[in-house]
Structures are given as C-alpha cells and as structure tokens.
Ligand binder design. Structure first.
Ligand SMILES: NC(=O)c1ccc[n+]([C@@H]2O[C@H](COP(=O)([O-])OP(=O)(O)OC[C@H]3O[C@@H](n4cnc5c(N)ncnc54)[C@H](OP(=O)(O)O)[C@@H]3O)[C@@H](O)[C@H]2O)c1
Length: 276
C-alpha cells in the first residue's frame, strides 16, 4: 500500500510516518504543497497516486481561528475539499482527522459517533464543515475524531506544562473542562489499522478515561517528579477567545462495533510518553 500523509511536520503526521513499517509512505507539509491550492493538490496527488491519503494538515490554532476566520475555513474546509477531490480523481481512500470540538459539551456521558455535533468555536465549525465536505465528495472516507492530542513532534499541552514548571512558581490550570488526553502513538496505530479495511465512516479515536486540564497537569507533574504548584481555575478566569466544550469525552463506539478499540487508558499512554 502507498500512503500519503499531509501535515508531516505536525504532531500526528510525524508519528504516523514513523510508525509505518511494511508499506510505502510519503510525507508532505506546507513547504511541499499548500493544500488550499486545488491545481497543485491535484497535480501532486496524481503524480504520487497513493492508495490512501491520511490528511493530518489543518489550521489547529483554536484561539487564533476566532480572528483568522477565513484562513481557518480555507485550510480546514477548502483544503479538505481539495484533498478529497484529488483522492476521487485517483480512486484513493482518505482519512480526515477531526476533533472532539465538533460537540458543544452539554452531554453528561461520552459522545458517540451518532450524537449530533454542535460546535462552539470557529475551529470546531470549520472542522465539522470539513467533515461534511469530505463525506459529500468521497465515499471511501474515514473521518477520525480525536482529542487533546500530544506526541513527540511539535507543540502540545504536556510540553507547555513541563516548560512552565521550570519558569513559574505557580501555574493556573482550568479545572472545569473535561476531556481525554490522547497519545499520537495510540491514534496512529488505530488509523493504520483502519486504512487496511473498507469499513468507511465516522470514528471516534481517543484514549480511554476522562480528566480535566488541571488533573491532567497534576498527573504529568506526578509522573515527572515535578513539585511546581498548580492552582485550579475556571474557564471564565482563564478568558480565552474561543469557547470550548465543558465536556467532550468521546467513546470509540464505531471502533468497538467494527475492527476493535485498542486505545489504552490515557494515564498508561501518558506514562509511556513521559518515559520516552
Ligand atoms: N492537537 C490537538 O489537540 C487536536 C485535537 C483534536 C483534533 N486534532 C486534529 O488532528 C489533526 C492533526 O493535528 P496536529 O496536532 O498533528 O496538528 P499540527 O501539529 O498543528 O500540524 C498541522 C500541520 O498542518 C500544516 N498545515 C497548515 N496549513 C497548511 C496548508 N495550507 N497546507 C499544507 N499544510 C498545512 C501545518 O504546517 P505549519 O505548522 O507550517 O502551519 C502543520 O505542519 C488535525 O486535523 C487537527 O485538527 C488535533
């Protein structure tokens, strides 16, 4: 199988490329192709002729998207549209990576794939619009929603907290948003398993369990032996531009019903990540 990965310099794209063993893999990022350019996207995908495109490139700055609305839609919707059309042109499968931020957070138990999305932020709205456009264009699609991602490459919450622990005496962290930290290792495995099948559709792919950003930070520091003080605060006190769901825990129900859900508990994956 020939796999093309977009967003190869990002967290997830980088991990997926490293994990591929027996297949041929090509990674591209913004320097190789701006996915908002339809002609270049067509040309490159026609030239590479992949069996599957794992589309990890995205506009991922959740707060930035509130002021950079057109760019968020251009990358997350038009970019996804271009990739899907180009996949159709060469009869390739496509994975579109999406987010728990498509939900509004008003549910009291984990979201499944059959719950109705209602995003609160520009980022969430643009990612949902990307999902819908991919579904419209290409039947051979996997939409994989994930959450609170961290990996070796690029920036993430874990790295930010470890850095802040060296710079500050007290760190204030939000304690009223619930979700599930997810390792790029676990997610990459699930995506690489899914693309071997023809079980197209929408999937949730996050680690198991749930926590708040504050409790997540406590666990990061506990595992790393860090004593920096952490103070719980509310979303309102933090005052970020983008609204976020209070509760965006997901259950990997479609994986359970199809190829199996092999995601680990979030604490176990975090331990492995920090050890490495
Ligand atoms: N990170 C999370 O917590 C999280 C949670 C849920 C879902 N997701 C989804 O998971 C996927 C992977 O996320 P990630 O954390 O790996 O993202 P990431 O680290 O931000 O990587 C995204 C990559 O896309 C590239 N990109 C941006 N605009 C582009 C364009 N116009 N053309 C080509 N490439 C472009 C970026 O390049 P530059 O850096 O040069 O702009 C970057 O290398 C995304 O679809 C994201 O929406 C992420």
């Amino acid at each position: 199988m020939k796999i093309l990965v977009t967003g190869s310099k990002g967290q997830l794209g980088y991990e997926i490329i490293n994990m591929v063993e027996d297949d041929e893999v090509v990674g591209i990022d913004k320097d190789d192709l701006d996915i908002t350019d339809i002609n270049k996207t067509y040309e490159l995908i026609k030239e590479i002729k992949p069996d599957v495109v794992i589309h990890c490139a995205a506009y991922t700055n959740v707060d930035g998207a509130e002021r950079d609305i057109d760019m968020a839609y251009k990358v997350n919707v038009i970019g996804a549209q271009n990739i899907a059309s180009a996949c159709l042109n060469v009869n390739s499968k496509m994975v579109y990576v999406s987010t728990d931020f498509v939900f509004d957070g008003t549910k009291n138990e984990p979201y499944i794939e059959f719950d109705i999305p209602n995003p609160l932020s520009v980022y969430g709205k643009s990612k949902l619009a990307g999902e819908l456009i991919v579904k419209d264009i290409l039947s051979k699609h996997f939409i994989v929603r994930t959450a609170w991602l961290y990996g070796k490459n690029g920036n993430n919450f874990v790295k930010t907290m470890l850095k802040l622990s060296k710079e500050k005496d007290v760190i204030k962290v939000v304690n009223d948003q619930w979700g599930t930290p997810t390792s790029t290792v676990d997610l990459s495995r699930a995506i690489l398993d899914l693309i071997k099948t023809d079980a197209y559709g929408t999937y949730h792919g996050s680690n198991k369990g749930q926590t708040t950003w504050y409790e997540f930070t406590k666990k990061i520091f506990e595992i790393s032996g860090i004593n920096t003080r952490i103070e719980p605060i509310s979303t309102e006190e933090l005052g970020r531009p983008a609204a976020r769901p209070k509760y965006s825990v997901m259950r990997n129900y479609m994986l359970e019903l199809t190829i199996g859900d092999n995601f680990r508990d979030w604490e176990e994956s975090l331990r492995d990540y920090l050890k490495a």
